[in-house]
Ligand binder design. Structure first.
Ligand SMILES: N[C@H](CCC[C@H](N)C(=O)O)C(=O)O
Length: 274
């Protein structure tokens, strides 16, 4: 039976959002992949279901475009939080995910802040295949030998990220290197691959090759990971604007509680039926 959905995006990272509180939604990997397909499907980076939660305002389930379920999606969390605020009239809501429950507050008519919690920084929390310093991980593969790509940092924001520091994000080998590293044996659960150009102590230009989705126009958890990795290397302050292909996110790694706060836009593109 067909069912309604909303096509949304957060800074250009786009989603098909399905309401699954009244009617369960359990697509197979193939069905999720078919919905996400840009050629023949609706087309999105992630497929999102809003489900009941016993402990939060809603549970958010996330499928990547390749049909696999994942733990976290920052831009989608803002979209689901915004929908929940619009429906409830409240300015603060909680969203339960596989990676934990997140608190969101309204920062504007279509601007949402999400407390993404604490970054996980130990090698076995990323996770990595073997023990190493997650500030500077040793990774040599394909175009990554490019001397312009400095030793990356690794951060888990509920999902795994590796962040390379590059001289120019526009010319960085995002597709070639991203697709190689996504499945590199150093990352037993795969990895999202960020390419960060430090423009100043409070501005980073970031492009992300996402695990299971490829090059996206923005990545919220990727923006959080890039800020944390760059601060750990002394490149930026604790708060910065992350310039992504589809828009800007403001990320702060709060000193008081070690939480990472992500603020960014939400947009409803259209409504349809699956
Ligand atoms: N676009 C999402 C990240 C999706 C991460 C997913 N690609 C994974 O496999 O972890 C975001 O805004 O955080």
């Amino acid at each position: 039976m067909s069912r309604p959905f909303l096509k949304m995006n957060g800074a250009g990272n786009d989603f098909v959002v399905v309401e699954a509180r009244s009617q369960p939604f359990a697509p197979t990997v193939e069905e999720a992949r078919a919905i996400a397909a840009r050629d023949g499907g609706i087309g999105c980076d992630q497929l999102i279901a809003i489900e009941p939660s016993a402990t939060a305002d809603a549970f958010m389930r996330i499928w990547n475009a390749d049909g696999g379920q994942v733990e976290a999606c920052g831009n989608a969390t803002r979209c689901v939080a915004w929908l929940t605020m619009q429906a409830s009239g409240r300015e603060a809501v909680t969203i339960e995910t596989v990676a934990g429950t997140l608190s969101a507050t309204r920062a504007g008519e279509t601007l949402i802040s999400v407390d993404m919690g604490e970054p996980r920084l130990r090698w076995d929390q990323i996770p990595l295949e073997n023990e190493m310093d997650t500030r500077n991980i040793e990774l040599q593969v394909g175009p990554i030998d490019d001397p312009h790509l400095h030793t990356p940092g690794a951060v888990n924001m509920g999902n795994p990220h590796v962040v390379f520091f590059v001289d120019d994000a526009e010319t960085a080998p995002v597709r070639e290197a991203g697709s190689l590293i996504e499945h590199h044996p150093l990352f037993p659960e795969g990895v999202n691959v960020g390419f960060a150009q430090i423009k100043s102590r409070d501005r980073i230009r970031l492009r992300v090759w996402e695990r299971g989705a490829g090059l996206t126009r923005a990545c919220g958890t990727g923006a959080c990971a890039a800020l944390v990795a760059a601060h750990r290397r002394g490149f930026v302050n604790r708060k910065a604007t992350l310039e992504m292909d589809g828009g800007e996110l403001v990320i702060e790694w709060r000193e008081s509680d070690n939480h990472v706060i992500m603020t960014g836009p939400v947009e409803v593109e259209f409504a349809g039926r699956l």
